[in-house]
Design a protein around this ligand. Structure first.
Ligand code: UDP
Length: 347
């Protein structure tokens, strides 16, 4: 049902990071519900390809801007989602100072906009605030085990500071801010070379390259399909009253990286072998969300099992690898394009 904004029309929603992987799916969902969407993106990791199909939608507007520089917008907004930040370890570590500033200065700018427009605000936080967790599964009241000086700190500590900003403004009664702690998410529109495990393994299997596993492969992650995550984000933004605390959003199904590689191997038959590499510094050993709070407060839980989500993601990579620019600018090499018709998904 279309919810009305304060002026009686459909809501105006600003999505920062709206051309990214999760952000573009959120834009789709908001538009299909009848909202007007202002998509703000710097295109550092977002891709215009993700929002190209929305270019002529009458309710969609694209603004190229970095949230670190965004001080005002020229129309009122009712809700602001902040999904603007590089999210894969190689990408957020490529310019760690900018990652930290995006989390702190960028989030501060968007919170100021939310206060000015009296808009509700949703911050995309992360399971990384739990660091390499000493408690398992992770509940929202666990304070985490983060290295504040390591190579992941720009993201982990940046996101922790962003949470602090949100809750300071909630306590002061200045902004209706909500915080989602997002666990590993995957699905169509992941960048083929963003360095995350699911995109790496699928692209490697499809292009016949060795499947890279860091460390022993016994470390675990819990993978949430993007449509489930988007439903959770929208539920959290719209729930009343404000939960006044962070909410985990993720799929509690927990898999070792070795198990994931086996699933990919079975799904995208490939002659490629597995290649083991050193484990990156501060790589968390276990991760699984406790989602009791999201179930209680939002009536939300994920619906898409990993095997089904992987199948959809593999199909998407197979269909697009040959035609879309890889990592934003380059086209996929001819070898990847010619392989396209030779690959099938075994389910
Ligand atoms: N990983 C891996 N091979 C890869 C990419 C990642 O074994 O090609 C591992 C990584 O070391 C981590 C897990 O897979 O233990 C998930 O990594 P990802 O970068 O997707 O996300 P993270 O949860 O670490 O932010």
């Amino acid at each position: 049902m279309l919810q009305k904004s304060r002026n009686g029309k459909g809501r105006s929603v600003l999505v920062a990071g709206g051309a990214g992987f999760v952000g573009s799916h959120l834009c789709d969902a908001l538009l299909s519900r009848g909202d007007r969407v202002l998509c703000v993106d710097s295109f550092i990791t977002g891709s215009v390809t993700n929002v190209q199909p929305l270019a002529n939608h009458p309710q969609f507007r694209l603004i190229e801007a970095d949230i670190c520089d965004l001080r005002s917008i020229d129309e009122p907004v009712d809700q602001i989602y902040n999904l603007a930040c590089a999210a894969s370890p190689p990408q957020y570590q490529a310019d760690p100072v900018h990652t930290m500033m995006t989390c702190v200065a960028g989030t501060g700018n968007l919170l100021a906009l939310a206060e000015y427009h009296n808009a509700s605000f949703l911050q995309a936080s992360t399971s990384e605030v739990y660091g390499d967790p000493a408690e398992h599964p992770q509940r929202e009241d666990y304070r985490g085990n983060v290295s504040c000086t390591g190579p992941r700190a720009c993201y982990d500590e940046g996101k922790r500071a962003a949470e602090a900003l949100c809750f300071d403004l909630v306590r002061a009664g200045r902004v209706d801010a909500r915080v989602a702690r997002i666990f590993n998410t995957y699905g169509p529109r992941m960048q083929p070379h963003d360095g995350r495990i699911i995109s790496n393994l699928l692209v490697q299997a499809i292009t016949g390259k060795p499947l890279t596993i860091y460390g022993s492969g016994q470390q675990t992650r819990s993978f949430c399909f993007v449509s489930d995550l988007v439903a959770g984000l929208m539920a959290l933004m719209n729930v009343t009253p404000n939960p006044q605390g962070p909410v985990n959003l993720g799929n509690p199904g927990e898999f070792t990286i070795n198990q994931l590689a086996e699933m990919v191997h079975a799904m995208v038959p490939t002659a490629a072998r597995i290649a083991y590499h050193p484990l990156p510094q501060d790589d968390p050993q276990r991760r699984r969300p406790d989602i009791s709070k999201a179930k209680d407060l939002l009536g939300w839980e994920p619906r898409v099992p990993l095997a089904e989500g992987l199948r959809q993601t593999a199909a998407w990579f197979i269909a697009t690898l040959g035609t879309q620019p890889v990592s934003g600018k380059r086209r996929a090499p001819p070898s990847a394009r010619t392989r396209r018709s030779n690959v099938s998904i075994g389910v």
